[in-house]
Design a protein around this ligand. Structure first.
Ligand SMILES: Nc1ncnc2c1ncn2[C@@H]1O[C@H](COP(=O)(O)OP(=O)(O)OP(=O)(O)O)[C@@H](O)[C@H]1O
Length: 220
């Protein structure tokens, strides 16, 4: 049997910030298409660091990271930006919507940058995320749950192969958190993307296919 190609792989990755203690010490992991993986660990254990490396927001000191067949160590700034536009999308706890843009403009923004505007797919995302009545509104006019749905829609509009989410429901109450997580899992599963999601919540981690834990710079 041939092994599924990895969508994301870390091989012996290490990371230390200047003047700090080692945060990641020989981390290896593998995520295949369609797989959803929860990453937990105590505060300060390096979860966001690992996610930022996977999204090419920062570079590893050693080891190899490959996203959808692309080795990150060989990329310059432009290559890293292209990777985030075309292969790996990020969703953060703080939503990070553009305040001066309407919901419709926020949703279209990354897809336009990537030259991948697809009106049919965007309309489907809007429908699925229940945003039809919100398109002309601005982020400040939305609830936290609605803002996060826009952030997820914006990330999914480019049909990323890999979705990296850093405590995406951390700012939401339990009901909104459940709803947003369900929508995210549906979209990810339907598009065959992979999901790596940082969470503090055991209940959220249980809803994903697999659970990995970071402690003292290593995964278990
Ligand atoms: N840009 C940076 N410069 C220096 N040190 C950093 C930087 N970012 C993170 N750190 C340090 O690296 C360690 C890991 O931080 P990281 O944010 O990855 O942890 P985390 O597990 O995501 O934490 P939390 O659950 O609190 O968000 C911490 O000790 C933190 O202080």
């Amino acid at each position: 049997m041939t092994e599924n190609p990895a969508l994301l792989s870390f091989a012996n990755v290490t990371k230390t910030y200047p003047g700090g203690r080692p945060v990641l010490q020989g981390v290896s992991l593998r995520l295949t298409p369609g797989e959803t993986v929860a990453l937990t660990g105590e505060s300060g254990s390096g979860k966001s660091t690992l996610l930022n490396l996977a999204g090419a927001l920062d570079g590893a000191d050693a080891g190899e990271i490959v996203v959808d067949g692309v080795s990150l160590s060989g990329l310059d700034d432009a290559g890293r930006a292209a990777l985030r536009r075309e292969r790996a999308a990020l969703v953060f706890q703080q939503f990070n919507l553009i305040p001066s843009m309407s919901v419709a403009q926020n949703l279209a923004f990354h897809a336009r940058l990537a030259g991948r505007e697809d009106a049919g797919w965007t309309a489907e995302i809007v429908e699925r995320l229940g945003l039809s009545d919100q398109l002309d509104k601005y982020p400040e006019q939305l609830s936290g749950g609605q803002q996060q749905r826009v952030a997820i829609g914006r990330a999914m509009a480019t049909r990323p192969r890999l979705l990296l989410a850093d405590e995406p429901t951390g700012n939401l109450d339990e009901t909104a958190s459940d709803a947003v997580l369900s929508l995210m899992l549906e979209l990810v599963t339907e598009t065959g993307a992979g999901l790596l999601l940082v969470t503090h919540s055991a209940a959220i981690a249980e809803r994903l296919d697999r659970h990995i834990h970071l402690s003292r710079g290593r995964l278990s």
